[in-house]
Design a protein around this ligand. Structure first.
Ligand SMILES: Nc1ncnc2c1ncn2[C@@H]1O[C@H](COP(=O)(O)OP(=O)(O)OP(=O)(O)O)[C@@H](O)[C@H]1O
Length: 225
């Protein structure tokens, strides 16, 4: 589903954020990405969404080689990828419903379809009763779940999360991980970048570790799908 072949990324200014990174994530897999601050985790996620481009090497997402992908195809690529951030990046002057509806409005869905899909996504994260609330009135864990509902409302095949439990206590973090597992169980490929080793170690998924831009443990990458 996601494959990196010898990918390096050097930012302008000379910093090499990733060095010869190769791996493969299977369809329907759930996988953790760990590493020290600055190891290259966010860079790796950005390359999958074409928010950055590799300096060398190739990235494949859902069978597409991103190297040859014309810019006009980037929106379609991104619709296939839901993204969850640590600080959830909600709009605080809009209701929970409106926040979750945003990707659908951008994609040009009809209002009736939007309402149906937004409620289905809120139901999945257990927040159906809070659709009219403003984000500021919700707890940190609830805000993060709104961010997850927004990430899955388009029914993406891939879900990427960058430190999704960074600000949460252990109990809420475990709940958020359980939500990701539920999406994974219905066929979504899930990649979670996290520092939270105590939480990750208890869960039965592969883990890939980056150190100074290189893969140091976890997975070796050959395609299966
Ligand atoms: N736009 C950029 N321009 C220049 N250097 C960058 C840019 N983005 C990231 N870097 C550098 O690349 C390296 C990897 O950064 P990245 O954000 O991928 O690490 P990370 O593992 O996600 O770190 P953290 O856990 O702190 O978020 C860092 O040294 C960072 O300073």
């Amino acid at each position: 589903m996601i494959q990196f072949d010898n990918v390096s990324k050097r930012y302008e200014g000379g910093h090499e954020a990733l060095r010869n990174v190769s791996f493969h994530i299977n369809k329907n897999e759930m996988l953790f990405l760990t590493g020290h601050s600055g190891a290259g985790k966010s860079t790796l996620l950005k390359l999958m969404m074409m928010m950055e481009r590799p300096t060398s090497g190739q990235v494949f997402v859902d069978g597409q080689n991103l190297r040859g992908l014309p810019s006009r195809h980037i929106p379609a690529l991104r619709r296939n990828i839901g993204v969850v951030f640590q600080n959830h990046q909600l709009l605080f002057d809009r209701s929970v419903f409106d926040n979750v509806a945003l990707p659908l409005i951008i994609a040009g869905y009809q209002p009736r379809d939007i309402a149906r899909r937004v409620r289905a996504a809120l139901d999945k994260v257990g927040l159906l009763s809070k659709e009219k609330k403003m984000p500021v009135t919700l707890s940190g864990g609830e805000q993060q779940r709104v961010g997850i509902a927004r990430a899955v409302v388009n029914k993406p095949k891939i879900l990427l999360a960058d430190e999704p439990t960074g600000n949460l206590d252990p109990e809420l973090s475990a709940e958020i991980m359980h939500l990701f597992e539920q999406f994974n169980q219905v066929g979504v490929t899930v990649l979670i970048a996290s520092h939270d080793l105590s939480l990750i170690a208890r869960l039965p998924y592969r883990m890939m570790t980056l150190r100074q831009g290189q893969v140091v443990s976890g997975i070796s990458g050959r395609p299966h799908d």
